[in-house]
Design a protein around this ligand. Sequence first.
Ligand code: ISL
Length: 580
Amino acid sequence: QYDRAWWKEAVVYQIYPRSFNDSNGDGVGDIPGIVEKLDYLEELGVDVIWLNPVYESPGVDNGYDIADYRSINERYGTMADWEELLAGLHERGMRLIMDLVVNHTSDEHEWFQRSRSSTDSEYRDYYIWREGRSLEEAGVSAAEFDPADYHLPRGVYELPPNDWESFFGGSAWTYDEETGEWYLHLFDEKQPDLNWQNEAVRETIYEMMEWWLQKGIDGFRMDVINLISKPEGLPNGEDSDAIVRGADQFVNGPNVHDYVAEMHDRVISNYDAMTVGEMAEVSVEEAKKFNEDGMSMVFNFDHLRLDFGPEGDRWSRGEWTVDGLRETLTEWQEGLEGDGWNSLHFNNHDEPRMVSRFGDDEEYRRESAKLLATLLLTLKGTPFMYQGEEIGMQNYPFESLTEVRDVDTLNNVRVARQRGRLESEEEILDLVQYRSRDNARTPMQWHDDEHAGFTDGDPWMPVNPNYTEVNVAAARRDEESVRRYYRHLLSVRDEHDVFVYGDYVLHPTDHDRVWAYSRVAPDAELFVVLNFSSAATTYVPPANVVGEAELLVGNYDNPIGRINDTLDMRPWEARVYLLD
Ligand code: ISL
């Protein structure tokens, strides 16, 4: 009846190892710490663990700067620890997907060390090296030019090969004194981009992927995978509204589908593996092409840009609306129906906490966290939870920039200051509090002892001061906890195929706070209604759902076993009915 796949039926739980559980008191989470929590994960009812990078790395971007793809960072444990983790998950019927970061490596990777050593190195072409431009060539006057913008050594007076910008702020090129050329890095200067045009690069990556799959992993989350193909000649950016300058050239570049399809044919297709491609920016049409290339699903971020400032600027603040959220997610739900598959996510290690962003993290923290859980687990697609979401963890109340560790935040703040874009220190702090990736990276809150039970030492990131109230132990004692609600939703989801395979059907409404939809399968139908507001309201459901129904899930007591022609919705109320 359905085009079934295990990864369509699965719920993924993302673990950011640095911040999950520290077993040896060095203040940094580790793999044995995750092993200690395997029963916790099983009890929660999730099916797949996605582990952020745990490979050898100098750690400027917390592991997204990999120095050796085939080894485990000592900080996190040993390969034997990792094997124990994999075995422990498999014993419990769970699976493991690993982070694949192959747009770039660390500059401390041996390939880059060799590549930078000489223009004749056999590794030179593993990365993207070019000569700089003279001011004349670039059409820049001497008055406009500030060598400090490019960290140029004394006596070097030239511009980078093109005008592309890094996602972490500033030019995407760094001048290297060894050979007097520049290398490309779409992220930090310690994350040089690999040259995917070079067949040797592709081959060695495929071998590495094969090696992990042979060890028994169940798939990959592919970091910024739609940035791997850069256009011939590396032309300047043309679109001044692009997410960063040059993005119109290197996002979904000319050969990206060839590479992804090749990767699938050569490696993935030999396994029963799932893949999710993280996309810096992607349209529904483009996503379908990735599905055709063999990718199980992509992460898109359209709904996580609704609160960006004017011109889509991440480092300024705009307001999201329920209309916008509903419209954006509906476009993806409808767009991929039949010939594609969605991923679903409202937070991860790069994003603020969802309850602080889309909910009410004060009076209605629990209710709104449950409403967002309901949305995550009743839209069509594979849901991705992020650690701490199940207890309703919130953004961190940063009081000063000295509490920030994240390279992305720090670099972007520095560049914004240089360019006079952020006016006052107050404005900066405000934005950091709202937007910084570190909001998601504070330690997991296990109980109300010191450091929330995350570590016996000094945590690498401060613990959110609300840990005395918001923690797993407290959630266990509480009948109404967010965690209990997730467990219930996850188990109900397992019992009814319609959660996975039913079509999404929007119920159009003028209501600016309510979102209602059905999930329709040949033999079952769900009706979902969500009140995104700290105020009570009434909603008139469509006539065709009114009548006898079973309330499968709800975040308030609700004895009524039918859908009336008017629904009185309490603050942040969420209900899921199974129609009779
Ligand atoms: O953080 C961002 C905004 O949410 C993005 O600019 C982010 O850098 C982009 O989504 C890519 O993220 C991924 O690759 C980065 C790494 O820093 C992120 O942690 C990772 O998820 C570079 O590897």
